[in-house]
Ligand binder design. Structure first.
Ligand SMILES: Cc1ncc(COP(=O)(O)O)c(C=O)c1O
Length: 375
């Protein structure tokens, strides 16, 4: 059997990782400012994380949601505290798409309505509803097409208001910062407008925090910058530092019922241990503060490059928009300077490093970036 060839990959075999550094099979060191699509939140092979997972594996790795799993309650309690949503309820899943799928479904169960507002440039995942609210027709299969999703232009308050007037809206789903869409920060006033329209029309505000959440911006959810509470927060990526786990954090106004949602793997012992280890390290090492500080430093320094069109983002979620003639920059950073970064179309470099990125590693990147951009 061969692999189903859907990923355009780099010819690099990473075999080891420590903190923000990774190593290939030839021993070449790389600085990882991408964390495998924003997943590595506390650094590769963090000692506490490895120990906690190892210990758990020696106890029990998995049992399904038919028995008590105290680790789930421990995780809910800790996540509620760290995220500042102690009265919310936790439902555990396995990925970002699954989190959004369940959030959209739960919203519709809650208010009995069908229409969803999503925004141009949005990415919410690849499962049925998640891909339907994603603004990329190329990845929407005919079977995923639905009349229930309305795309409103990003940041267009008037269009948003009109869409509420013209339709029975079940939910609005929005990234606090669009990631795949090119690191586009949702204005605080726009998020506040969504909150008030959802309140007026009994619609559910779904905050997709899968890429922009979990401390990456210096606040737990990037939507927090607007000083509002969403009804459902979705998360995955950084939550398990590489162990597949996702979740939705649900407002107390939405009541559960047996059988309403479900999953076989979601919330298993090993996944909970991974998520707890991540939160423990985040708290212990004050990683939200580090993300804010090192991120602000990087953004300030990057803004000094006259060749850069725009620097966008918050904390350690940074987009560097370059003119077309610098299309080589990402490849040069990787193959000449051994630095992993991400990209967004058409010409944005995305930085999504671990939240404990050091200033020294930020400087290493800035030095390489200077060389690449002055070539
Ligand atoms: C904002 C956002 N939502 C949802 C997803 C989907 O997550 P997953 O790939 O874990 O299904 C992603 C993944 O890139 C994302 O960036």
């Amino acid at each position: 059997m061969k692999l189903f060839d859907v990923y355009p990959i780099n010819p690099i075999n990473i075999v080891k990782g420590v903190g923000s550094l990774v190593y290939d099979d030839k021993g070449q060191e790389y600085l990882d400012l991408y964390g495998g699509h924003a997943v590595i939140s506390i650094g590769h092979t963090n000692t506490h994380y490895v120990k906690r997972l190892e210990n758990q594996l020696h106890q029990i790795g998995f049992y399904s949601n038919s028995i008590e799993i105290p680790l789930q309650k421990e995780l809910a309690e800790k996540l509620g505290r760290v995220s500042g949503k102690e009265d919310y309820q936790l439902f555990l899943v396995n990925s970002g798409a699954e989190a959004n799928e369940n959030a959209l479904k739960l919203a519709s169960f809650y208010n009995g309505k069908k229409k969803v507002i999503a925004f141009t440039g949005a990415f919410h995942g690849r499962t049925s509803l998640a891909v339907a609210v994603t603004d990329n027709p190329k990845i929407v299969a005919p079977v995923n097409e639905t009349d229930n999703v309305i795309f409103v232009p990003w940041k267009d308050e008037a269009a948003l208001e009109q869409t509420f007037v013209d339709n029975e809206i079940s939910s609005v789903i929005i990234e606090g910062i669009q990631g795949v869409g090119g690191i586009q920060v949702a204005p605080e006033s726009f998020l506040q407008k969504i909150r008030s329209l959802c309140d007026t029309h009994n619609a559910v505000f779904i905050a997709d925090g899968i890429q922009c959440g979990y401390g990456r911006t210096g606040k737990f959810y990037s939507h927090d910058f607007a000083g509002i509470n969403a009804d459902i927060y979705t998360m995955a990526k950084g939550m398990g530092n590489g162990f597949p786990i996702g979740a939705i954090s649900i407002s107390p106004k939405i009541q559960p019922a047996y059988g309403m949602l479900g999953t076989t793997f979601g919330g298993n012992h090993l996944a909970c241990a991974a998520a707890l280890a991540v939160l423990e390290v985040m708290e212990q090492d004050n990683l939200l503060q580090n993300a804010a500080t090192v991120g602000a430093y990087l953004i300030d320094e990057l803004k000094k490059f006259k060749q850069v069109k725009e620097v966008r983002g918050r904390g350690l979620m940074i987009g560097i928009e370059l003119p077309a003639e610098y299309a080589h920059a990402k490849k040069d950073l990787l193959f000449k300077h051994h630095i992993f970064t991400g990209e967004a179309k058409p010409n944005v470099i995305r930085l999504l490093p671990a939240l404990n990125l050091t200033k020294a590693h930020a400087d290493q990147f800035l030095e390489a970036f200077t060389t690449v951009i002055n070539k």
